[in-house]
Design a protein around this ligand. Structure first.
Ligand SMILES: *Cc1c(COP(=O)(O)O)cnc(C)c1O
Length: 384
């Protein structure tokens, strides 16, 4: 419903609020039904005119979720997966043994562990680089051998921002594809395809759903083609498909995406600015702070805010950081991010001994509570 019958165009928040303006043709329901069926009737002449055969390939409940993500990202096609990891690994599993990929030094830990473990055992060759430095990306790309450059921006959990346009230019000049994990930015703040990326991935478990009650992932392609069809085949072959109830909940969550992300971004900036001069705080990592090393790229690439995620290094090392986390009450000590409730986590405890994350770092996912309440809770936890 980018255009209605009068030809008017709508802003993305209007499109999200009405989940594309879907109305059921038969019942006039404005909320779509859930289709639990795993199998579909074959026509008497042995054809499948509906295009539906079996539930490991797709499900009618996906259609609205996929179409809405496609619209918000400005892409050509989207696919829904069982989780963000299922979406991301489907891209790598659609490459061939011997293919070279360039991945960031700082990125979602489980995915980096998969690429450098099982991914390499399956024949991928990965170069791990500092993505905030385009010269390092250029040096790592092997012309005609590098098939994929993986970007995550802002990158979990240090929130460095990658220049998508510059990395895409370098990758495309060498014949490589670019996929951006845009989980923390969301289509509200960054649209990677408009900056030149080929694919955008989300852990829809996070902001897209936004209520910490669905595991799902999405991929969106700037254009369809052979590689996209390979990814589609991978999803069906591996069975990394979302459940229909999750797809339905995801559409419901995405209707409030813009309100949630804007509220969280506003509070996160206030919290970052409050904590930066705090005597118990060593440093604050947040793309919206002018002191942040990649702030200039963030200011150009992110529109309407810098996201709800920040990290804080606490003076006094790991013990002090864990103590601060133990003293909060409104913030919840839990992993994950992008929900309406604020979460705090001692990140290196989650990533384990090989993690590059400083041991004095707390990762904060800002929800939609009153910023003053969140700040007061942090202040009392930091006192002493
Ligand atoms: C959570 C997350 C993932 C993995 O998503 P799941 O839904 O947990 O499988 C990937 N990338 C980022 C940035 C994430 O935060």
């Amino acid at each position: 419903m980018r255009h209605d019958s009068t030809g008017r165009t709508f802003a993305p928040e209007s499109i999200a609020a009405q989940a594309l303006g879907w109305v059921d043709a038969e019942t006039r329901a404005i909320v779509s039904p859930i289709h639990p069926s795993t199998t579909f009737l074959r026509d008497p002449d042995n054809q499948y005119r509906s295009g539906r055969v079996y539930g490991r390939s797709d499900n009618p409940t996906f259609d609205q979720a996929e179409a809405l993500v496609t619209s918000l990202e400005g892409g050509a096609s989207s696919m829904l997966f069982a989780s963000g990891m299922a979406a991301a690994t489907a891209v790598f599993l659609s490459l061939s043994p011997g293919d070279h990929v360039v991945v960031p030094e700082v990125m979602y830990w489980s995915l980096r562990s998969w690429i450098c473990g099982p991914g390499e055992r399956l024949g991928l060759r990965a170069s791990v680089v500092d993505m905030s430095n385009p010269e390092k990306v250029a040096a790592a790309i092997e012309p005609d051998k590098t098939r994929l450059v993986w970007v995550e921006t802002p990158a979990n959990p240090l929130w460095g921002v990658t220049d998508i346009a510059e990395v895409s230019r370098l990758a495309h000049a060498a014949g490589a594809l670019v996929c951006v994990d845009s989980t923390s930015a969301t289509p509200v703040l960054t649209r990677p395809l408009a900056w030149g990326a080929d694919f955008v991935m989300h852990s829809a478990t996070k902001y897209l759903n936004g209520h910490s009650d669905v595991l799902a992932g999405t991929l969106t392609a700037a254009r369809t083609g052979e590689f996209w069809e390979r990814v589609r085949a991978t999803r069906s072959q591996v069975g990394s498909i979302a459940g229909p109830f999750e797809a339905w909940l995801l559409v419901r969550g995405m209707r409030t995406l813009f309100l949630r992300v804007r509220a969280a971004s506003k509070s996160a900036l206030a919290i970052a600015e409050h904590l930066e001069p705090h005597p118990r705080v060593l440093s604050v990592m947040y793309p919206g702070l002018s002191s942040f090393p990649t702030h200039v790229v963030a200011a150009r690439q992110m529109d309407g805010g810098f996201g709800g995620m920040l990290s804080v290094r606490i003076r006094g090392g790991e013990e002090a950081a864990v103590r601060v986390a133990s003293r909060v009450s409104l913030w919840k000590r839990a992993t994950s991010l992008g929900g309406v409730e604020s979460l705090i986590e001692h990140r290196s405890s989650v990533e384990g001994p090989d993690s590059p994350v400083p041991r004095d770092l707390l990762r904060l996912s800002v929800g939609i509570e009153a910023a003053a309440d969140l700040i007061a809770d942090l202040d009392q936890a930091l006192a002493l």
